[in-house]
Design a protein around this ligand. Structure first.
Ligand code: ATP
Length: 295
């Protein structure tokens, strides 16, 4: 972490490199139902459902790890666990550079959930400015100095996420016209980028976007990784061009089972060696999702 005296330059400092290692991550839930014993209803465990089953892997600094899998395969659950935001108990362990998460390390992990909570009437710049004022560590300096720090942080994030052109546009919502879906997702990511995180975990950054906007979003995430961050994203249906941006791929199947963990580039060859080959010119992501769906 930057020392308190050096907080003005927080965003200009490269984020310290953090790699995530995760081993045997599992999560099961008990499904209970009511049964009557005489007049009294008593609750009874009906079955145990597996959400995540023994997932092991690593996301290194400088890499974009894409988590692929059909709907309900446990992508969001796994990402919440990797980001250290999971509210319950799970099996297995997640380490940062080989150590358990400390408070300082947790602060360096940004998590962007699938759903956003943005004020429709604020512009993109105002949204990020309020967030920066709330979340950036206090410098203890004069108010003017603090404002300057906030402005610098917001400008850096607008630039990194390509939001300069819509900085003065309202975010919008169901009843207010505002930025596009892709820009809105980038604003949500911007919330986390203000803290200059070493690890960015993003749940479904491309959902609801057309192929071009989804590709742009993944290029931005890949760019963050190239600048030394560790980026983990769940991606619903990447195009074959977008797939080329993934350094590492984790493919989940039903009940959170891992079908593949390794370089994105090697996945098709791996499945080929196991007797599953795609047809000519098939998008590797489509081929892998078909396998995960049992097609
Ligand atoms: N608290 C819970 N109680 C019951 N089922 C749950 C609970 N949490 C998650 N699940 C189930 O776990 C499975 C995995 O959910 P998760 O949201 O992680 O999947 P996902 O791959 O992210 O899905 P999607 O792509 O549709 O967002 C789903 O079948 C979901 O219904």
């Amino acid at each position: 972490m930057a020392p308190a005296s050096n907080q003005d330059s927080l965003l200009s400092l490269p984020a310290p490199a953090i790699s995530l290692q995760f081993a045997d991550i599992s999560y099961r839930i008990k499904i209970t139902g009511k049964k009557t014993s005489g007049a009294k209803p008593i609750s009874q465990m009906l079955e145990e459902k597996t959400i995540i089953e023994g997932i092991t892997g690593e996301a290194s600094s400088g890499q974009l790890l894409a988590v692929l899998g059909p709907s309900g395969s446990g992508k969001s659950t796994l990402l919440t666990i990797l980001a250290g935001r999971f509210p319950g108990h799970h099996g297995g362990i997640v380490l940062a550079n080989g150590n358990r998460f400390s408070r300082a390390v947790s602060r360096l992990i940004g998590f962007v959930p699938q759903e956003d909570f943005l004020y429709p009437h604020l512009t993109v710049r105002e949204t990020l400015t309020y967030c920066a004022m709330l979340r950036l560590p206090r410098s203890g300096g004069a108010a003017g100095r603090r404002d300057d720090r906030v402005i610098k942080a917001v400008d850096a994030v607008l630039c990194e996420l390509g939001l300069g052109d819509c900085a003065e546009t309202a975010v919008g919502g169901a009843f207010v016209r505002g930025v596009s879906g892709g820009e809105r997702k980038r604003v949500s990511i911007g919330h986390e980028m203000l803290l200059n995180p070493s690890v960015v975990v993003v749940d479904e950054p491309t959902s609801g976007l057309d192929a071009t906007a989804a590709g742009r979003m993944l290029e931005i995430l890949a760019g963050m990784a190239r600048r030394g961050r560790t980026v983990v994203a769940s991606v619903h249906q990447p195009s074959s061009r977008a797939y080329q941006l993934f350094d590492v791929v984790l493919l989940l199947a039903a009940e959170g089972r891992c079908l593949y963990f390794g370089k994105g580039f090697d996945a098709v060859e791996y499945f080929g060696s196991a007797g599953f080959s795609p047809g000519m010119n098939v998008n590797p992501a489509d081929f892998m999702l078909d396998l995960a769906n049992g097609v």
